[in-house]
Design a protein around this ligand. Structure first.
Ligand SMILES: Nc1nc2c(ncn2[C@@H]2O[C@H](COP(=O)(O)OP(=O)(O)OP(=O)(O)O)[C@@H](O)[C@H]2O)c(=O)[nH]1
Ligand SMILES: [Mg+2]
Length: 328
């Protein structure tokens, strides 16, 4: 792709051109070189947008909650960009989220841009796609960017680390979520929303959460993680959720908090991108040499193990490309 067209494309995204943004996110999903060319031209100042994460197990009510948050921000005159990274969603790239997700109400609002990421068929590419899509949303100039992810794997934890304020959505019957707490997802949440507070078990769940939160230092320096009961289908408790987000934003942005966030984000972005790029560069390097097939055949025949195979390929690559590293 020519430099001019990449620059033009990037300018369109920065001017909040929705078609250009949609095309770019599709190109990101297909891992096209063109996407990389445009992304390089989308430098965004950290902290301009409020960046929120909404995570929690499947069906906890994340999309309903996001829909409530959109309405609340719109009432305050803020524009909102949403990325739903949702493996259980039947919707793929470009589609507006459907009825079940209750976001269709925002479909015609020009101040709202919702995009679900096609995550099926990706292996380890989920976080990278979301990282890039977040950059696109911020570059478009939205006041608020929200990322919805199912909080089960490392990818989602990675995405949660890239946001400023992460909301963990739990429900009163938390069998699975207790596992999530153990798995460490809780450490990255700054606000816990006990959704479906209209269902039985609310009081017990609140007590359990209180105990779980007391047992560990969570949410970052000097921030006691609040638990807010809510009913995302009716909007009950959303004002309190908004207040807690606002409180955390103030807390996070004071002192060098924003700088710390920028550092954490850059570190995470870097490590997510480098894993992908190293794989790509190595495969490009050996493409057409027959080396890959040779190793695969030997692995299948049981003559070599995959660890040794990867070590050998890496060694070959590193020998060829090693130059003196100079830090600028
Ligand atoms: N009773 C009750 N039902 C709710 C509440 N919030 C959401 N639901 C219902 O729970 C179901 C799942 O809601 P979603 O918002 O799609 O949940 P999600 O976490 O986004 O689901 P995935 O994206 O598939 O992981 C829907 O049928 C909602 O109507 C709530 O507060 N109370
Ligand atoms: Mg959802």
């Amino acid at each position: 792709m020519s430099k001019t067209s990449a620059t033009e494309w990037a300018e369109k995204v920065k001017a909040n051109d929705r078609m250009a943004a949609a095309k770019l996110i599709s190109a990101i999903e297909r891992k096209e070189q063109a996407a990389r060319d445009v992304l390089k031209r989308l430098l965004v100042p950290v902290g301009k947008a409020v960046v929120l994460g909404v995570t929690g197990s499947a069906g906890a009510g994340k999309s309903c909650l996001v829909s409530c948050l959109i309405s609340a921000y719109r009432k305050r005159g803020k524009t909102v960009g949403v990325i739903a990274v949702d493996p259980s969603s039947p919707f793929t790239g470009g589609a507006f989220l459907g009825d079940r997700l209750r976001m269709h109400a925002h479909g015609r609002d020009r101040g709202v841009y919702i995009r679900s990421m096609a995550s099926r068929g990706y292996l380890g590419g989920l976080a990278r796609g979301a990282v890039d899509a977040m950059r696109v949303m911020e570059a478009m100039g939205h006041d608020v960017v929200i990322v919805e992810t199912v909080g089960t794997g490392q990818d989602e934890v990675d995405v949660a680390r890239l946001v400023q304020t992460c909301l963990l959505v739990l429900t009163p019957n938390m069998g699975d979520d207790i596992q999530a707490l153990k798995a460490g997802i809780m450490e990255i949440a700054q606000v816990v929303v006990l959704n479906k507070a209209d269902m039985p078990g609310k009081q017990k769940a609140l007590l359990d959460l209180e105990v779980a939160l007391k047992m560990r230092r969570v949410g970052g320096e000097g921030w006691p993680v609040p638990v807010v009961p809510a009913v995302a289908t009716t909007g009950e408790g959303i004002d309190e959720v908004m207040d807690q987000i606002e409180r955390h934003q103030v807390h996070m942005r004071k002192g060098d908090g924003l700088e710390q966030y920028a550092f954490r984000k850059a570190e995470k972005e870097g490590s997510v991108i480098i894993k992908d790029e190293i794989e790509r560069v190595i495969f490009d390097h050996i493409r057409g040499t027959g080396l890959r097939r040779n190793y695969l055949d030997r692995i299948v025949a049981g003559r070599i193990d995959p660890y040794t195979a990867v070590e050998e390929v890496m060694a070959l690559f590193i020998k060829k490309s090693r130059k003196k590293i100079k830090v600028q």
